[in-house]
Design a protein around this ligand. Structure first.
Ligand SMILES: Cc1cc2nc3c(=O)[nH]c(=O)nc-3n(C[C@H](O)[C@H](O)[C@H](O)COP(=O)(O)O)c2cc1C
Length: 224
């Protein structure tokens, strides 16, 4: 299932071409270090939904790949000076190719300090390059992007504090922006705030939601 890369610090590629070899219905960017986690169960339910609907997928399991999330000096200077013609690191080119090959993108992660895990933040820092994500844009906009995150607080609490809105705005309005034609932010909350049977009921609803999000992509148009 997971596509893993051997190197944490790949060499530069000689080309910035992001031509996909083949196409898939959904590309998943997944960020959680542990298999025994709620977030991993959410991923499994989503994959079951996709499988039942006959959808193909690829996955960037960022921890399993040992994805390097640190934007280094060479990357910084390229971005800072808008040098879209500079060569990109091979792992970045690979991530961009996977996005361009997919009709739908899904980001699945736990909420940590009112944001995604640092490894996913770093994925945006490094993969959203000048010449791919902006100035000029080479990314093929996704037909749809799903942001599915788990949280310890309930959605109601996160809405009351404004944290929900902050996360939704950051992910949909800034990071995804018009790089996806349709965007949805889904927060599956309550893993720490709820206990006992109340949590068990809520968790079961979350798993159904994750399953349906995967399955129901099938009833939608497949063309980007
Ligand atoms: C470092 C860390 C920071 C967290 N920050 C938040 C937070 O800001 N808001 C929140 O609702 N939950 C927060 N949580 C709880 C996680 O979102 C929750 O445990 C996770 O979504 C589900 O657990 P899992 O690790 O089993 O997938 C945090 C958890 C950790 C480990």
């Amino acid at each position: 299932m997971a596509q893993t890369l051997d190197s944490h610090w790949p060499e530069s590629s000689s080309s910035n071409l992001q031509t996909p070899d083949s196409t898939v219905d959904v590309h998943i960017v997944y960020a959680h270090p542990g298999k025994h986690s709620l977030t991993h169960e959410v991923l499994a339910s989503f994959l079951r939904g996709l499988g039942d609907a006959g959808r193909t997928h690829s996955i960037s399991d960022l921890y399993a790949m040992g994805f390097n999330p640190v934007l280094g000096l060479a990357d910084y200077e390229r971005e800072h000076n808008y040098r879209a013609d500079d060569c990109l690191p091979a792992d970045v080119v690979a991530e961009q190719g996977k996005l361009n090959a997919a009709d739908v993108w899904a980001f699945i992660y736990p909420v940590w300090w009112t944001d995604c895990p640092a490894i996913l933040k770093g994925w945006f820092d490094r993969v959203w390059t000048v010449g791919f994500a902006y100035k000029p844009r080479a990314v093929v906009p996704a037909r749809k992007a799903l942001v599915i995150c788990t949280a310890g607080h309930t959605e109601a609490h996160l809405r009351e504090t404004g944290c929900y809105q902050a996360m939704e705005t950051t992910m949909l309005t800034d990071r995804l922006y018009d790089r996806a034609k349709e965007k949805e932010f889904i927060l599956l909350g309550g893993s720490e705030a709820l206990q006992g049977s109340e949590w068990e009921q809520q968790k079961s609803l979350h798993m159904t939601t994750a399953y349906r999000l995967g399955r129901d992509l099938a009833s939608e148009s497949a063309a980007k």
